[in-house]
Design a protein around this ligand. Structure first.
Ligand SMILES: *[C@@H]1O[C@H](CO)[C@@H](O)[C@H](O)[C@H]1NC(C)=O
Ligand SMILES: *[C@@H]1O[C@H](CO)[C@@H](O)[C@H](O)[C@H]1NC(C)=O
Ligand SMILES: *[C@@H]1O[C@H](CO)[C@@H](O)[C@H](O)[C@H]1NC(C)=O
Length: 238
């Protein structure tokens, strides 16, 4: 039974849950009676499910924040680009209205569309990162949730085990089934948690790089459109 203690402590990481397992160790002397063991197994599975659900909630929270961060970055980048150009666009427009014979070959609407399009191009990398992350996070989360589901179904699954002929105790087959399956699920769960956290780390790293690139790109758009408008103003004033 010391195997159980090690396994469950690893799973739940809290002292309280290790004590639950010690309780099972005591109960184990009474394995001829199916009821109590089954109850303890149910309790263990429920504890494991509860603890895992907490970890999943935390993981989902981190994924939500990552999504919000990237979406927020996209918004700020675009809004800042527009804000940086608004003065020169406004000035140019005033000048054109005051001097109808300037006869420019473009309209304000076209220009706005052009700026919006180019700024959108700058954040294109972040947009597709966000889209990929949405999908991958969903997959990673479902994978972890799948293990929790398996945990919850374990008592029922192990209870139906037929006792082995050489096994003196009718319920120990079920307990062994539970312990082994739980260890297996545990491994899968730890692995899928690791994959999920790597996805988070990698996404943060990529997002940082893409934000930097988008800032440079935005600065170039602001510069280019600004230069164009200032040239137009000069020509109009000649
Ligand atoms: C598991 O969580 C539920 C709901 O929060 C609670 O009612 C139940 O007592 C918990 N079970 C164990 C074994 O911790
Ligand atoms: C994460 O976001 C989803 C969808 O927006 C929401 O349903 C869920 O409650 C959020 N979870 C957490 C832990 O923030
Ligand atoms: C509009 O966008 C194109 C690139 O799509 C660019 O080459 C052109 O110079 C832009 N027009 C203005 C007025 O800046």
């Amino acid at each position: 039974m010391s195997q159980t203690i090690g396994m469950l402590c690893l799973l739940s990481l809290t002292l309280a849950n290790c004590q639950v397992v010690r309780f099972e160790t005591e109960m184990d002397s009474d394995t001829t009676n199916y009821g109590p063991v089954s109850m303890v197994v149910d309790n263990l599975a429920e504890t494991a499910v509860n603890v895992s659900k907490d970890s999943i909630d935390q993981l989902e929270g981190k994924m939500n924040r990552t999504r919000q961060d990237i979406a927020g970055n996209i918004e700020v980048l675009t809004a800042n680009g527009m804000a940086q150009l608004s003065d020169v666009i406004y000035e140019t427009n005033q000048l054109m209205v005051a001097n109808p014979d300037c006869n420019v070959a473009w309209s304000l609407d076209e220009l706005n569309e052009n700026v919006t399009y180019q700024l959108g191009d700058c954040t294109g990398g972040l947009e597709s990162l966000l889209q990929d992350f949405r999908q991958e996070a969903q997959v990673a989360l479902s994978r972890v949730q799948g293990f929790v589901q398996q945990m919850a179904q374990l008592p029922a699954k192990c209870q139906t085990l037929v006792p082995l002929p050489l096994n003196p105790s009718p319920s120990s087959g079920g307990v062994v089934c539970f312990i082994n399956a739980m260890a297996e699920i545990n491994r899968g769960m730890a692995q899928s948690m690791h994959i999920a956290s790597q996805l988070l780390v990698q996404t943060h790293r990529t997002a940082e790089e893409l934000v930097e690139q988008a800032q440079e790109c935005r600065a170039a758009v602001v510069q280019q459109i600004g230069d164009f408008l200032r040239e137009e103003q000069d020509q109009c004033q000649q």
